[in-house]
Ligand binder design. Structure first.
Ligand SMILES: C[S@@+](CC[C@H](N)C(=O)[O-])C[C@H]1O[C@@H](n2cnc3c(N)ncnc32)[C@H](O)[C@@H]1O
Length: 207
């Protein structure tokens, strides 16, 4: 029964989402709105009880300025008592310093678009100053021929840093988990799931 506004800057991602929204029952479809926008500048002219940035979205905010701009945009869109919930990966020190030449996570699968057997593998370079991992994902046909490389950049956030970044933007971390089942954040966690609220609670306006 909730009204939902979904924001992304990628036309391809939004097109997929619009297809999924179109397949919903009418009542649910009428409560969903899909908008094009940038995380650092969006202005939706409404406020929300809950803002969710799921599946490492904030790992695409690469500089301190981008993180701060985005969190301040979220804060401006929170209704009184509203919350931001988001997840980023817990940096894995062993993964960060992996050999950037070797191919990791080699997996054989059938490409659904071509039907050809393909080897998936990956490696990355990690910049420990900017805390950015430049990841390469390789798709190599098993029967030879040209492969494909998909590149992906992810900003890594360490837990104490994340708490400070959130506070700097005027939010306060009220809860933190290691997964989406409310498990604790510890050395074995893959994710950091944070729930944040306005550091200075907003008052309800109007009568
Ligand atoms: C890992 S995907 C998660 C997508 C979505 N949250 C989901 O659950 O399927 C990250 C998304 O962030 C979007 N994105 C990255 N930088 C962005 C920005 N500056 N403004 C808006 N969207 C951005 C990408 O287009 C991509 O769809």
């Amino acid at each position: 029964g909730h009204r939902v506004v979904a924001l992304d800057q990628s036309p391809a991602m939004l097109a997929k989402l619009r297809e999924r929204v179109a397949a919903l029952p009418t009542a649910a479809r009428d409560r969903a709105e899909v908008v094009t926008g940038d995380l650092c500048t969006f202005e939706l002219r409404q406020t929300f009880d809950l803002v969710i940035a799921a599946f490492n979205v904030f790992e695409h905010l690469y500089t301190r300025g981008e993180v701060d701009a985005c969190l301040r945009r979220v804060l401006a869109h929170l209704a009184p008592g509203g919350a931001l919930a988001f997840d980023v990966q817990l940096p894995d020190l062993a993964w960060l310093i992996r050999d950037p030449i070797k191919r990791w996570a080699k997996t054989r699968f059938k490409d659904p678009s071509t039907g050809r057997a393909v080897f998936y593998s990956t490696n990355h370079d990690y910049d420990p100053v900017g805390q950015i991992a430049l990841i390469r994902i390789y798709y190599d046909p098993i029967d030879g021929g040209p492969g494909r490389i998909v590149k992906l950049s992810q900003r890594k956030f360490f837990p104490a840093e994340l708490e400070a970044l959130v506070a700097h933007a005027g939010l306060t971390m009220v809860e933190r988990f290691g997964d989406f089942s409310f498990g604790p954040l510890d050395a074995g966690s893959d994710s950091q799931v944070l729930v944040c609220e306005a550091a200075v609670p907003r008052r309800k306006t109007g009568g």
